[in-house]
Design a protein around this ligand. Structure first.
Ligand code: XIL
Length: 411
């Protein structure tokens, strides 16, 4: 059956591509939000689709991503309770078979760990770590300092006004100390700071920056180095393929080095689309970060196949556009030609990554299957996206097969 319009979510059958911003999480103070893409047509012809289009022919029970890339880099995946708490046993088994490192999708964010001041809840994080250790996987901690998914109290004083610099530093120190005591050196990589840069390379306006001052990144990394001496310390961000943002990340590493502040790696999130960024831009960033002398991690890879809701979309969590048929063109299944385009894109990406394997530590996918992808709900809630290597029934897609084949090409 071909449905022309999505009927999921509130405000179903919206015929206008009304993309509004704001909403969940709020826009960071002063942070520029890309302009919404407007669509003039509400009568785009539906493309035929075939649920079986784009499935792999290779047997995924016999071939794994991690094994195929064992000589090049680790293959990671972001997981949630469906996997580590075994709510979806098939997904848990698939992750164990295909991947050799894991990032918790939400469980090590401040909001998940310490909703109330000083009240640490490690239940989910512990279940995540137990799953990873049971399967001998490397653990990537995400994320210590970020402006999203952090409770409001962190930035407030007792009267509800803005916390002082000393208060915030003290809270962060205590938070890191609690995590360090709890996990010891079981977390091998930490995203110390997530998304501190704007696309033009300037520092993003966040409560962290406002309260701590413009030199906060070095202070935060020094603090993390003290608490996590055995972990690799990572700066993580999206859209690092944009020249100005790439240059700013390189400058950050150089400044740290000059001031004797340890930074071990750059995590380039890699929330990509079918056409953008270009392979050249991706390669340029991998080369630039390697030349800066740090390890590189592709930390949150996915390939969004849906029409962008915003020009210059990036991966800013505060974007929140309204659902429309134009923005959700494949509610039932992906047309064959788009599945093929996605498979080609995945192959090309991994060919680039393989060429940079000398300094690429790992490639981590932001989710195991299309069912669990955050891109079903960002930057538009309630869409049907096809951004990963396994479909909603956990079947391996052509994209998965082409990634496996790309590893063989490099031998
Ligand atoms: C996303 C999670 O996948 C969602 O479950 C959550 O609701 C919002 O955050 N960049 C990041 C990740 O660094 O933490 C985000 O993860 C995706 C964008």
């Amino acid at each position: 059956m071909i449905r022309y319009f999505s009927s999921s979510g509130a405000g179903a059958l919206l015929l206008t591509a009304l993309a509004a911003c704001g909403g969940a999480g709020g826009t960071a103070p002063g942070g520029a939000v890309p302009s919404a893409v407007s669509s003039t047509s509400d009568t785009a012809a539906p493309t035929a689709c075939d649920a079986a289009a784009g499935l792999a022919t290779l047997d995924a029970t016999k071939v794994s991503l991690a094994q195929s890339y064992a000589k090049l880099f680790k293959i990671g995946v972001a997981i949630n309770g469906s996997v580590y708490a075994n709510r979806d046993p098939a997904a848990a088994a698939l992750v164990a078979a295909q991947f050799n490192r894991v990032t918790p999708e939400n469980e090590l964010k401040w909001q998940s760990l310490e909703r109330q001041p000083g009240v640490l809840d490690f239940a989910q994080a512990d279940a995540f770590v137990a799953y990873a250790e049971q399967h001998g996987m490397e653990i990537h901690g995400h994320a210590l300092v970020w402006h999203h998914q952090v409770p409001a109290w962190v930035f407030q004083n007792a009267a509800g006004g803005q916390a002082t610099r000393e208060q915030l530093l003290e809270r962060l120190d205590q938070h890191m100390s609690a995590l360090a005591q709890h996990f010891g050196s079981r977390v091998q990589y930490w995203d110390v700071v997530n998304e501190a840069l704007n696309d033009d390379g300037s520092l993003r306006d966040t409560p962290w920056r406002t309260i701590l001052g413009d030199d906060y990144l070095e202070r935060v990394f020094l603090m993390a180095g003290k608490h996590f001496p055995d972990a690799k310390l990572v700066y993580n961000d999206f859209s690092l393929e944009k020249p100005a943002k790439r240059a700013a990340a390189v400058q950050l590493v150089q400044a740290f080095e000059k001031h004797g502040v340890r930074i071990d790696a750059i995590g380039t999130q890699s929330h990509f689309q079918l056409q953008s960024p270009t392979l050249e831009a991706i390669e340029a960033s991998l080369s630039a970060f390697a030349a800066a002398g740090v390890e590189v991690l592709v930390s949150e890879l996915d390939v969004d196949v849906l029409p962008p809701a915003y020009q210059n979309q990036g991966a800013d969590l505060s974007l929140d556009a309204e659902l429309s048929a134009q923005l959700n063109p494949y509610p039932d299944c992906l047309p064959r030609d788009v599945a093929e385009q996605a498979a080609r894109r995945w192959a090309e990406l991994f060919e680039v990554f393989a060429r940079h394997s000398d300094h690429l530590h790992s490639v981590t996918l932001w989710g195991v299957s299309d069912k669990y992808s955050w891109l079903n709900n960002w930057p538009v809630r309630g869409r049907t996206n096809y951004a990963l290597l396994f479909d909603r029934e956990l079947r391996a897609k052509q994209s998965w097969q082409r990634v496996i084949e790309a590893a063989n090409h490099t031998r």
